[in-house]
Each structure stands twice: as C-alpha cells, then as structure tokens.
Design a protein around this ligand. Structure first.
Ligand code: AHR
Length: 614
C-alpha cells in the first residue's frame, strides 16, 4: 500500500460524514434510550375507546376484591383514557383484602431495571371519591420481594391530583415491576403513572449506558426520528412533532403502526434536539411530507403540513421571542438548537405526490430558512435530480458481497449535483445473522468507499441503531440491549474505526497489488486535540479468507517525522467470519490493539483473514 502524505495529494473530509440514525424501531426509544420505566403510562395504548385493553398492566386481586376498567375521565385533554379501580374489599370486615392489598402492576418493558441505592421518581395522577391509602412499590419480578415502597395517603383527592414519590431501592432486580395496591374499599382512578430513574444523562431522560454507546462513536450528526416511523402505515399514525412536546403527561402518544407498537412519545421533538446537542452532533430532522405508506395528501392540500414543519423549525431555531421559539425557551432551552439539515420525507420518491409536495416544502423552507440544507428522497447517484436539493438520501440493505462492492458506488456520482447522504446502510439477510463479523467487514469496505468519495458523500449512517432484544422488529442492528445490559454488534465496533475521519485529511493511497480484489484501504491524517500531535491512520479491509502480508510505504513525510508515526495496529476480526457478540460474550468481536513490529516509512503488517485493520 502506497500512502502519500504530501499536501498536493490530500483533501479535507467534511466534518459531517460519519454520524448515526436514530429511529423509533425495536423499542429504541420507548423501552430503550428513553429511561421511562413504565410501559403504557397513560393507559392509552389500548386505543381511545373504552373499555380498553390495559396491556402490559395486570391486575392483583380477583373479582370479589377488585374491578378494573378504563374510562375517559382523565384530566388530560389529549389523552382522555384513565384507569378505574373499584376496590370491593377492605382492611377488615367480611370482605377483607388479601395481605399486600389489591391493585395493579406494570412490568415495564420486559422488566424494570431497579438497582440498589439508586433513586426512582414515581409520578402519578390520582382521583377518588373518598380518602385513599395506596402503596407504591417496586418489587421483584414475581411481586414478592419489595425493593422500595412508600404510601400515598390523602383525605381528599376528589379532583385529579399529581402525586410524586422518591423511592430508593434496597436491592437490585433487572426484571422488577411497579405495583399500586391498597386495602381500602372505594373507587380510585389513576392516570399518567411514571417511574424515572433520577440518574439519566444530565437529567435529560436518556438511559446512561445506551447514551454512552452513542457518545463513544463521536457521531457528527444524528438523523431522527425515522425511517418508516416518520411516514406511518397511515398518515393518522405518523410522527407529528407538535404532539410530542411539553409535559410528558400531556402528550397523547401514538401507535407507531409500521413497527407495530405504542409510544408515549417521551422522546419527542425537543428531546431529539436535546439528544443531538448532548452528543455534540448536528440534528438531521426527517419529517413527514404528507405521505405515508398507504395514503397521501394531495399537493393542493399540503399547506397545513408545510406550516407544521415551518413551526417545527421555528421551535428549533427561532429566537426565544418568536412564537415557537418561546415555547422551546419555556421548556428550558432559550438558545436555538443548531438545526441545519432536514429531510423531506423518507423513501417516498416513487410516490404519486412526492415531487409536488417536496417542492412546496422546499420553497417554503428555502424562503424562511435559506441556511437549511434539504434532503430529497430521490436517488441521484448516477444522474442529476430533476428537482432542487442540497443532498439526496441513498439507502442500501444488501448481502455482504454487494455491500463490499458498493465501496465503488459513488466513484461516478455527478460532482456537480446535490451531495449524497447515505442515511441507511447495512448488510442484511443470511450474511448478517443478528450482527456478524462478515457484515461489519463489508460495511467497513463500503465506508472506506464513502471516505474516499467524501467530496460528494457528505453523510453516512448505519441502520437501525438500536434493538431491544425482547422485541426485535428489524435485524440486524448496531446496538443490542435489554433492561440492564447492552453490547455492540461488530457493525457497531466497525464504526469506531471512522471516528477520527470527520474533518480529517484524506491522503492519496494506492493498493498494489490487490490479489482477487479482496482488499480495500484508505489513509487519513488528523491532528489530535488531546495531545496536538498529527496522526496517520491507514484502514484496510481484508475480505478474503487468507492472511495477507501488507507492506505500507509512506512517502512525503517531513524529516524526523517517522518518530511520530502511529505504532499500533487495531484489528476487528475473529476465528469465524460469522461470529457475533452476545450478552454472554459481548466482546467476542471487538477491536483489539497491538504494537506494530516495524515503525517507519516502510512497515510490514500482517492482515488476518477476514479482518478490518488500522
Ligand atoms: O432501518 C429500517 C427501515 O428501513 C427504515 O425505517 C426505512 O427507512 C427503511 O426501509
């Protein structure tokens, strides 16, 4: 491999290329990054008509002691369903309540992770015709072991009343549940029952362990909140930003009908912008353009959708005195968010009204926010688009060989048109398993192609990002978790090899010879902000099944500069190309660092079979 460090052959990689894509899929947010532990906190998941299903809430008691139903008596206008509990038993007398009382419990998202010495804030809304005495407890998965408990006692809650309790856990159980029980006869209504750990990232509501997995990638941008989630199977179930801001208990929530689960929209428009800011990543907002999988708004009637998006932009970017900027400021963020990119729809290019609707959004946004870059859904990789756009989306899900060969996909993309945003890429099908080394290697090769074509590819993100292993709606995914554990698939770890690339200098590099074209390589140089030293990083994918002895010759270095050459080799490989990580063995396929034997202008490196080396 010949690497030329001279300035003449170098080109700056944009600061924006390697980022992430967060979609509410696989419980990435609800039951994932969003730390809310109660599933279906507002009893709305069973639909707006009552009586309704309260799943996953369950009843503690039998028909002689308790009748549980739902009605539409909530104090919240946008989510009217409340839970009604008619307690027939009492603390004494003929119909005495069982020990521990009767009531309801919520198992969270396949168990709540309650940890010893940590504090949990329980918030609930309650109403009753008489005095109440309710035990609020975090218990083990079978309900027997009490991890923390407190009593809510009130003489008069004839109007809906907000109650807050802090519970400190005395032991740990990763599959805990919340129980609300009583031994007092009467009628009680509950609504908007929440359990949040106090310990979330900066108190912003993000689960710490999952947040750090993202932070460790140092993403330049975060695309959100979908994907198909943004479109909906039907427009009535699409993500509507105005329904997702403000106090959590007032949000209506919605049924994400593409991925087939309810979300309380705890992660709403504000939280996504906040997440981007917390990650130091540029937000890329994908919005619905009046098109779902099955229905569309005619271009002649799309204006309310356009206005909704203009309002959402003002919410993000307007000053604190503007109508929507003041709403943001009241939510605790007076400074505008740094929103510079929006995507007009998702995968809608072929739809009947796409171009018409797109142009309405494009011109309205361009007029009000000329600094915003707009992303079209139409593929411009081989010919120029027939409509104005700053970038266009390119999505690719294919087998490993196809993704590997797509490292040349952008070599001939027109350089005089919009830039490419590879907003979704992944190896899928048999080659990926639930996250194989093979998939990661093909994707690494693809990203090396992205890096080499970063004069035209401005952004790239893997998809999907997260999966709660209890409800896998898409396979594979970069980060796998349950209530308390998390690991990265090889595709997650592969992305670590590109962390320094944003804003780095791409060097000229040539592979000669390249037996059976199974190698692909790139070289970058960057100055570390930590020690102010200049580093050179060569990345090579060996997609073949035999080891390769690679000679790396570096030319164009200044005098005495070999001292500063990086002397480590980091490899992502394993004994079997289909190897995966798991909760039992989360580090089976992770980058492994060793010292290089030779350091200088010429270096000999052995590339393991099926490996990514840098
Ligand atoms: O990443 C999963 C899905 O794949 C996205 O929602 C969609 O954009 C694509 O079809």
């Amino acid at each position: 491999l010949f690497v030329n460090v001279s300035e003449a052959s170098a080109r700056k990689i944009p600061d924006t290329v390697f980022g992430i894509f967060f979609e509410e899929i696989n419980h990435a947010g609800a039951g994932g990054l969003w730390a809310e532990l109660v599933s279906n906190r507002g009893f709305e998941a069973g639909g707006p008509n009552t009586p309704s299903n309260i799943d996953p809430w369950s009843i503690l008691g039998d028909e002689s002691s308790l009748i549980v139903s739902t009605d539409r008596s909530s104090c919240f206008d946008r989510n009217k369903v409340a839970l009604k509990m008619e307690v027939l038993c009492d603390s004494g007398g003929a119909n005495k309540c069982p020990v521990g009382g009767v009531g309801i419990y919520n198992p969270g998202f396949w168990g709540m992770n309650i940890e010893q010495a940590k504090t949990y804030k329980v918030v609930l809304f309650v109403r009753s015709l008489g005095p109440i005495n309710v035990s609020v407890s975090l218990t083990g998965s079978n309900g027997f072991q009490t991890l923390a408990t407190a009593n809510i006692v009130a003489a008069d809650v004839s109007n809906w009343t907000k109650m807050e309790v802090l519970l400190e856990a005395r032991s740990t159980d990763h599959r805990s549940r919340l129980q609300l029980t009583t031994t007092t006869k009467g009628v009680i209504w509950f609504d908007q029952v929440s359990v949040m750990p106090l310990d979330t990232y900066k108190g912003h509501g993000f689960r710490n362990d999952l947040f750090s997995m993202l932070q460790d990638l140092r993403p330049a941008f975060i695309r959100f909140p979908g994907g198909c989630f943004v479109e909906g199977e039907w427009l009535r179930n699409a993500f509507r930003w105005k329904e997702t801001i403000g106090p959590w208990e007032e949000r209506p929530g919605h049924f994400g009908d593409v991925w087939d689960y309810w979300t309380d929209d705890g992660m709403g428009h504000f939280e996504f912008l906040q997440l981007a800011e917390d990650l130091g990543a540029l937000p890329v907002w994908v919005f619905n353009n009046g098109i779902s999988h099955n229905d569309e708004v005619d271009t002649s009637s799309v204006f309310p959708f356009v206005q909704e998006i203009l309002d959402g932009l003002e919410f993000a970017k307007g000053d604190a005195k503007s109508k929507w900027g003041s709403v943001r400021a009241a939510l605790g963020h007076p400074e505008p968010f740094d929103l510079r990119y929006v995507a007009i729809g998702n995968e809608d290019c072929g739809k009947k009204n796409y171009r018409g609707n797109y142009l309405k959004f494009y011109s309205a946004i361009n007029q009000s926010y000329p600094d915003i870059k707009m992303i079209s859904n139409c593929d411009g990789t081989s010919k120029l688009l027939d409509h104005p756009a700053h970038l266009f989306d390119y999505h690719v899900y294919e087998n490993a060989n196809v993704i590997f060969s797509q490292s040349h996909k952008f070599d001939h993309t027109p350089r005089d048109g919009p830039k490419v945003f590879v907003s979704e890429y992944a190896v899928t099908g048999n080659d990926s398993g639930t996250g194989s080394l093979l998939a990661a290697l093909a994707e690494a090769a693809f990203l090396i192609g992205v890096e080499k074509n970063s004069d035209v590819v401005e952004m790239a993100s893997y998809a999907p990002l997260f999966v709660n292993t209890n409800d896998r709606r898409w396979n594979p995914d970069a980060i796998v978790f349950d209530s308390s554990q998390v690991y990265g698939t090889p595709s997650y770890w592969m992305q670590h090899f590109f962390k320094e690339s944003n804003g780095a200098t791409l060097l000229n590099s040539t592979l000669q010879p390249n037996p059976s074209n199974s190698l692909i390589a790139s070289a970058i140089q960057w100055k570390s902000t930590v020690d102010n030293k200049t580093y050179l990083r060569v990345k090579v994918v060996n997609f073949g099944s035999t080891a390769v002895a690679l000679k790396i010759s570096v030319s164009g270095l200044g005098q005495n500069s070999t001292e500063s050459l990086v002397s480590t080799k980091t490899e992502l490989t394993s004994s079997n190309v289909m190897d995966e990580n798991s909760f039992v063995n989360p580090k089976k396929v992770v980058p492994f660092k060793t010292l290089l034997d030779t350091v200088g202008e010429v270096m000999d490196v052995v590339l393991s079979p099926h490996s990514l080396t840098s």
